[in-house]
Design a protein around this ligand. Structure first.
Ligand SMILES: C[S@@+](CC[C@H](N)C(=O)[O-])C[C@H]1O[C@@H](n2cnc3c(N)ncnc32)[C@H](O)[C@@H]1O
Length: 197
C-alpha cells in the first residue's frame, strides 16, 4: 500500500536518514547482521536513501531494490544515477518478488512489511530469495502503532491481520528462519535479524 502525503514527509527528511544511519543499521549489526561485501535486496526502497546507506555505510557490494509506488521508484532511480552507486531498481511488490530463488546474501526491509496486505506471503518471498545462510533484517512497525486511531488518521496501512512482535517472531520461526534476534522498542516497533539455515 503506497504512502500518504504525511507518511512521505515522515520518511523523506534528514532525521529519517539519521535514524537509518545511526540507529537502525548499527542496531542490525548488534543483532548479528553482516552486510559488508554482500549482494543485498531492499524491498520498498522508497526514495533510495536506504539503498545508498547500505552501500556507503554498511558496505554492501551491490543493492537491488524495488518499490510498488512509481513516484518513489523514480526518486530512488534518480538518486542512484546521480551518485553512480551499484544499485539496480525496478517496480515491484514484496508479495511477489520478480527474482530467482536463493539469490541474495541479505534482505533489508526498512519499514515495509507492515505495508503488505498479505505480510505472511511477503515473508515467504523474502525466505525464498535468500541464499542458505543469508540474513533477513527487518525494521518494523507493529499493530500497536498501525492500528492506533491517531496514526490511522494520518497514514494508510492495511488493518486486517496485523502483527505484533511475538506474532512476527513466531511466523519467522515457522517459516524456518533461525538465529532470530529482536530489539523491541516499546510495544510499537521492532528490529529483527534472522538467518535462513
Ligand atoms: C514506510 S515507507 C519506507 C520507505 C523506505 N524504505 C524508508 O525507510 O524510508 C514504505 C515503502 O514501501 C513501499 N511499499 C508499500 N507496499 C509495498 C509493496 N507491496 N511492495 C513493495 N513496496 C511497497 C511504499 O511505496 C514505501 O516506499
Amino acid at each position: 500500500m503506497a504512502m500518504t502525503r504525511f507518511e512521505t514527509l515522515l520518511m523523506h527528511n534528514p532525521l529519517r536518514r539519521l535514524q537509518q544511519e545511526k540507529g537502525t543499521l548499527p542496531a542490525f549489526a548488534t543483532l548479528g547482521a553482516t552486510l559488508a561485501g554482500g549482494h543485498v535486496l531492499e524491498p520498498g526502497c522508497g526514495d533510495g536513501v536506504g539503498a545508498e546507506l547500505l552501500i556507503r555505510v554498511a558496505q554492501a557490494r551491490r543493492v537491488d531494490g524495488f518499490d510498488i509506488d512509481r513516484r518513489e521508484l523514480k526518486k530512488a532511480q534518480a538518486r542512484a544515477q546521480r551518485q553512480r552507486l551499484p544499485i539496480h531498481l525496478w517496480r515491484g511488490d514484496i508479495q511477489h518478488i520478480a527474482t530467482p530463488q536463493a539469490l541474495y546474501d541479505a534482505v533489508v526491509c526498512f519499514g515495509v512489511l507492515h505495508h503488505a496486505e498479505d505480510w505472511r506471503a511477503a515473508l515467504r518471498e523474502l525466505y525464498r530469495v535468500l541464499r542458505p545462510g543469508g540474513q533477513l533484517c527487518l525494521e518494523e512497525s507493529y499493530a500497536a502503532f498501525i492500528l492506533h486511531p491517531f496514526w490511522r488518521r494520518l497514514m494508510a496501512h492495511p488493518t486486517r491481520d496485523r502483527f505484533d512482535g511475538p506474532l512476527l517472531l513466531a511466523e519467522l520461526a515457522a517459516l524456518g528462519f533461525a538465529r532470530i534476534r529482536e530489539q523491541r522498542i516499546g510495544q510499537a516497533f521492532g528490529l529483527i535479524v534472522c538467518q535462513k539455515p
